[in-house]
Design a protein around this ligand. Structure first.
Ligand SMILES: *[C@@H]1O[C@H](CO)[C@@H](O)[C@H](O)[C@H]1NC(C)=O
Ligand SMILES: [Zn+2]
Length: 431
């Protein structure tokens, strides 16, 4: 993306300096761009195809604002084209680098130590972590709660050779319990989602052992399958090189790297909400399940097919609780829509009530006039009728200029409201 880079050197305790070239976002602007109608949407979509370095944080949809990050080299041409088309915009952020820096501020060690001592937490929930650090924490959680947590590897390693870990959580023994899959971190830059997963897993294990009624209900009634970092190559890349990376890291050609994993599932694959340009952030790959990361989820799902009752695909940002179908360019609902809405609307209430965070509920088309094919929860519900399939877009709200760069001091609040909603889900589902 950017040609400007700088050396980020992390001094380790061993005084070894590890330096990586980090993309910078100096002078990148974040624009709020209003589409009056479908013509404007098509116009913006074409710009996205022609200039892959223009990053659509949120897609253009009719009578709505797209959130678009533009590098300084393309600002003039982009604004000129908007003016020509008569499209209006406002500048949300003048210098994205400042947002990135504010969002990567670390909570001081002493403060983290003090807070962890208060709560007895194994995991530092006051900072975001690298993939390797998350793997360390998963092992610590497993060691601390061996009866609650089983840690294993999914079938396929990634393009760059990383392992995708699966965390199975359970309470009382017993086979054939209904199962719930919680997938986070499929989009690399959505850091709040693996962080939420870590907090929720630790909360469940600790509360269960402390005889908390909610945790007991959740783990005794169900087996939970967490995939905390579904896309470890992409996630690692957001730490080492480019904070704004979304896709996996499959090499395609000199100008193209990465598949959008949440367009790669077998749900009307390759139809809506995609680009056939391999450099695009919404390139769906060459066919359904072409990628190890999505094939991992398919194989897990098939291996527990008769038990699985719910599939949660967790993303950021916008504060949405999305229900299927997501792939159609009109409102179309699955056969179990009434039951799905009964439960998810109760979940919505608690998402809002926990901290007063305004979440919104609906299909992607209802909320956004946007459809996207090949998404995980659509596939899960296609594969198994009656399933509780849903997609979260966590904090911040859709019009918040921080977008993917949510400061770490919002991890716990975000995770608490998410947790409250899955307590309701576990209590309400009819299985
Ligand atoms: C789009 O953004 C403009 C400028 O910030 C705002 O006035 C308008 O209300 C927004 N429209 C929608 C539909 O969000
Ligand atoms: Zn996402």
């Amino acid at each position: 993306m950017a040609s400007l880079t700088f050396s980020l050197c992390l001094l380790l305790a061993t005084a070894l300096a590890v330096c990586a070239e980090q993309e910078r976002f100096d002078g990148f602007q974040l624009l709020f761009v209003y589409s009056r109608n479908l013509d404007d949407v098509k116009f913006l979509h074409q710009i996205g195809e022609d200039y892959v370095d223009i990053d659509f944080w949120r897609e253009a949809t009719p009578e709505n604002n797209a959130t678009i990050m533009v590098p300084p080299t393309l600002l003039n041409v982009f604004k000129y084209k908007l003016d020509q088309q008569g499209i209006s915009y406002t500048i949300m952020v003048n210098d994205v680098q400042k947002i990135v820096e504010a969002g990567s501020a670390r909570t001081p060690d002493e403060e983290v130590a003090r807070k962890r001592e208060l709560t007895g937490a194994k995991v530092d929930h006051y900072n975001y972590h690298t993939y390797n650090q998350i793997v360390n924490y998963l092992n610590e959680l497993k060691n601390a709660y061996p009866a609650r947590i089983q840690l294993s590897n999914l079938n396929y390693i990634t393009y760059e050779g990383r392992i995708v870990y699966l965390v199975k959580m359970t309470g009382s023994a017993g086979s054939n319990k209904p199962a719930i899959i919680v997938e986070t971190g499929i989009h690399a830059r959505e850091w709040i989602t693996p962080a939420t997963s870590l907090w929720v897993m630790e909360k469940l294990a600790r509360d269960y052992n402390a005889n908390d009624a909610n945790a007991r209900m959740m783990l005794d009634k169900y087996d939970w399958y967490f995939i905390p970092v579904t896309n470890p190559d992409g996630y690692d890349h957001t730490h080492s090189t480019n904070r704004m990376w979304r896709k996996n890291k499959r090499y395609i050609s000199a100008r193209c790297t990465g598949i959008d994993l949440n367009r790669n599932f077998d749900a009307m694959w390759g139809t809506t909400g995609i680009s056939t340009n391999c450099a695009s952030d919404i390139y769906p790959g060459t066919g359904p399940f072409s990628e190890p990361e999505t094939a991992n989820i398919r194989d897990l799902f098939e291996s527990i097919y008769s038990n699985v009752v719910a599939y949660l695909s967790v993303h950021s940002y916008s504060q949405f609780l999305l229900v299927p179908w997501g792939y159609t360019e009109y409102v179309s609902r699955p056969a179990n829509a009434a039951e799905l809405d009964r439960v998810t609307l109760k979940m919505l209430q608690t998402l809002i009530a926990t901290h007063g965070t305004q979440y919104y509920h609906g299909t992607a088309w209802q909320l956004l006039n946007y459809a996207a094919s090949g998404a995980a929860e659509d596939w899960a519900l296609t594969r198994k009728a009656g399933l509780y399939g849903m997609c979260y877009e966590l904090r911040p709200r859709y019009d918040d200029p921080r977008g993917f760069i949510l400061p770490a001091n919002e991890i716990i609040g975000t995770a608490e409201e998410f947790y409250a909603s899955i307590v309701v889900m576990a209590a309400e589902m009819r299985v």
